[in-house]
Ligand binder design. Sequence first.
Ligand SMILES: [Zn+2]
Length: 100
Amino acid sequence: MDARLGDVIDDFCVKCRRLTNHSVVSLLNGAAAKVRCRTCYSDHDYRNEQAPPSKKDLKKAELFNAVLSGVAPPPAASEETAAGTDSKKAGKKPGKRAEV
Ligand SMILES: [Zn+2]
């Protein structure tokens, strides 16, 4: 199905972070090449309604690859920090120093 300039089509807008109505502003081989979001009026390449990978997804992929390559990611760091806080609290018991 050929698109035409000014046609309104759905596409993912990174500024709106969701699928919104877009106007076709540029064509390539009869298909939409560039579109303009009708909500925020920003132009961008037509993404075929696909959301680009988010930073979260990239981070996930990074961790996944780290696990695959045998490098342990540091998710245990938060637990160690919590344990350290507890031991510090234990050492700061009021009374002990007052006795000395
Ligand atoms: Zn938008």
